[in-house]
Write a protein that binds this ligand. Structure first.
Ligand code: GLA
Length: 374
């Protein structure tokens, strides 16, 4: 437990769930995530030294980071995300002041709900607060993304850090990852609920094929840019893909087909959400999962079994993997009245198929960065 009286501020940032728009953010596509009340909270006090001292509510570890040597902590088991975030914020020209930080993370690690983005974004916001600096949440998100790329080695898009920093309670975010224009769309889903279930096969994007998928889409863009007249893959309309897709070979063709169709699904999903049409939204979720499984190949047998178990319940309108994939969570749209039965059914069927226990989370759509003076 943290004694709030011992600290000066409490700064937090959100985990996120992505409703739809998977593996398109780094192709300049639109995504549709929401920030969650599962968060990383930093309790913070200045300490007058040149050290950032880290401790955790959930871990015995204690780590001291020297502000002048932030480059040297890449191999830490815990604390590397904080070190990377501090380093990239410093490199972006911001002043760091020594402080003690207790980190309290309620986003399960490896769940695909962006614990790493929540840690990076809240740590940077906390450092800005400690230095007495006003910050722009978008600038914090962009620096957090650089930390993930340059320090943690995952060549990620902007979706997670943006959602973590800029989320708004009760709203999903229709984010154009090319321009960073963001439209907040109220999540009004009537007699339905969003259910998030962890398949409990931990995922690690560093070890996964995440960077490989990025390289495949980059290579496709190189081939298509001139003939199709596009500057990012998200600009490839179904018509352009029909015309120029034959320039791509085998797997790369499949990857791009996913991107083109997923971008279409995001457009349709936003329309369905605004119209309160949960049947249409659910169908898009199912289609997205199938595409991530068959064309983009980022699901794996656990997520496939979990999505199939969910989809087989009569009160489930749609279910798909959410986040980077290769493990982590599914998101399902379910009739609220039957949600408990749905969870039981899905967990049992999943266990029978894989031997893993599933975990269902109770959480709400929350805000991005919050700062509280203690
Ligand atoms: C991870 C990355 C994001 C995004 C998703 C897939 O969460 O951090 O940038 O690419 O995977 O949609």
């Amino acid at each position: 437990m943290v004694n709030e009286k011992d600290y000066e501020w409490k700064v937090s940032a959100a985990g996120r769930v992505n409703i739809i728009g998977e593996h398109v953010d780094y192709c300049g596509g639109k995504v549709f995530p929401a920030a969650l009340d599962m968060r990383n909270t930093v309790y913070l006090r200045r300490n007058g030294t040149n050290k950032i001292n880290l401790s955790w509510t959930t871990l015995p570890d204690k780590v001291s980071l020297d502000i002048d040597k932030l480059d040297s902590y890449r191999n830490l088991k815990y604390g590397n995300y904080q070190a990377g975030s501090a380093l990239l914020w410093q490199k972006a020209g911001h002043k760091l002041v020594g402080c003690d930080m207790v980190q309290d993370c309620t986003v399960p690690f490896g769940s695909g709900l962006s614990s790493s983005a929540a840690i990076e974004v809240s740590t940077i916001a906390a450092l800005a607060v400690a230095a007495g600096e006003e910050f722009d949440p978008v600038a914090v998100a962009l620096t957090a993304q650089s930390a993930e790329r340059e320090y943690a080695g995952v060549n990620c898009g902007i979706m997670d850090q943006y959602a973590s920093a800029c989320g708004k309670r009760g709203n999903a975010m229709l984010l154009d990852c090319n321009t960073l224009a963001c439209e907040y769309v109220p999540v009004q889903i009537g007699d339905c609920s969003i259910v998030i279930i962890n398949c409990n096969k931990p995922h690690s994007l560093v070890e996964s094929k995440y960077n490989e998928r990025r390289a495949e889409t980059d290579s496709a863009l190189e081939i298509l840019a001139k003939p199709a007249g596009i500057s990012c893959l998200a600009e490839l309309t179904p018509e352009l893909f029909e015309k120029h897709g034959k320039l791509l070979s085998g797997k790369v063709y499949d990857r791009v087909k996913h991107v083109v169709n997923e971008c279409e699904r995001v457009r349709k999903a936003a329309v369905a959400m605004k119209a309160g049409d949960m049947v249409a939204l659910g169908k898009l979720l199912n289609e997205s999962h199938a595409s991530l499984r068959d064309l983009y190949e980022v699901t794996g047998k656990e997520l496939d079994a979990l999505a199939a178990a969910a989809q087989s319940h009569p009160a489930c309108l749609g279910s798909r993997m959410t986040g980077g994939g290769f493990g982590g969570c599914t998101i399902s749209i379910v009739k609220t009245a039957k949600a408990e039965d749905f969870k039981k059914h899905t967990a049992e069927k999943y266990k029978a198929a894989t031997g893993y226990n599933a975990t269902c989370y109770e959480t709400e759509i929350g805000d991005g960065i919050t700062v509280e003076k203690l």
